[in-house]
Write a protein that binds this ligand. Sequence first.
Ligand SMILES: Nc1ncnc2c1ncn2[C@@H]1O[C@H](COP(=O)(O)OP(=O)(O)O)[C@@H](O)[C@H]1O
Ligand SMILES: CC(C)(COP(=O)(O)O)[C@@H](O)C(=O)NCCC(=O)O
Ligand SMILES: [K+]
Length: 255
Amino acid sequence: MSFLAIDIGNTRLKWSQYSEPRPGAKLLAHGAEFLENIDKLADGPWSALSTPTHMLGCIVAGDAVKRRVHEQMEIWDVAPQWVVSSAAEAGLVNGYDHPTRLGADRWVAMIGARHRMLARGPARPMVVVMVGTAVTVEAIDAEGKFLGGLILPGHGIMLRALESGTAGLHVPTGEVREFPTNTSDALTSGGTYAIAGAVERMVQHVRMHCGAEPVCTMTGGAGWKMAPSMSVAFELVDNLIFDGLLEMAKLRFAA
Ligand SMILES: Nc1ncnc2c1ncn2[C@@H]1O[C@H](COP(=O)(O)OP(=O)(O)O)[C@@H](O)[C@H]1O
Ligand SMILES: CC(C)(COP(=O)(O)O)[C@@H](O)C(=O)NCCC(=O)O
Ligand SMILES: [K+]
């Protein structure tokens, strides 16, 4: 028995193979590929894996990418299953106007974050931050209701948008500075503090709305870039989506 979890964002595919489809299962193998390289998975890293008995993934990169991943999975006799955000699952209630339109990665990460918190202590409100191609900042109350969330451009998109929309902003990546004194540092710092500021605001909103201090959990490929510049207390976790997929797999594939 083994379980393959896959998270496909707009920049990279991340995968992890576990001994079983449940939280606490042993991690057997893992990897990440930029989307332009996913056609080499079956002949590359996946060729060394034992056949997964179950697979669950989340994808926000579109149907063409999904088809390419299905092709790579043909080396195994396993049915691909992809999460669709729903009105309620695994202890979370979805407050989105149209629950199925919520990005599956956001839904799965929130489920992972909430279970992680409950495993450690009493239920508290949460702010869940994902720093990937885009940045999302989610609010969850102490009862597990997703109240709503912010979507911002990630570092790369912010810089490319400024480069393409101006004549004078073609410069190398800079450093994060409190008082930037060159264009590179001004751009890098502007993007970083835009994200940090959005998180700070969401923490304020949740504190006011829930009347309690939220737990702030941050994840995503570029989370480490944000960590030194945050203005609120937070925990950086590298696998919230896989935590969530394991929780959902436990409910779907329980023997
Ligand atoms: N070694 C790395 N490989 C890939 N992305 C990286 C790396 N280090 C930092 N990043 C940043 O992480 C972002 C991708 O994060 P990721 O969580 O994979 O995004 P997504 O889920 O949207 O595909 C990139 O936009 C990039 O800024
Ligand atoms: C917000 C996102 C683009 C984030 O994508 P990512 O940065 O993980 O590649 C993705 O979750 C998405 O396409 N969401 C659908 C719209 C929504 O959640 O409202
Ligand atoms: K993501």
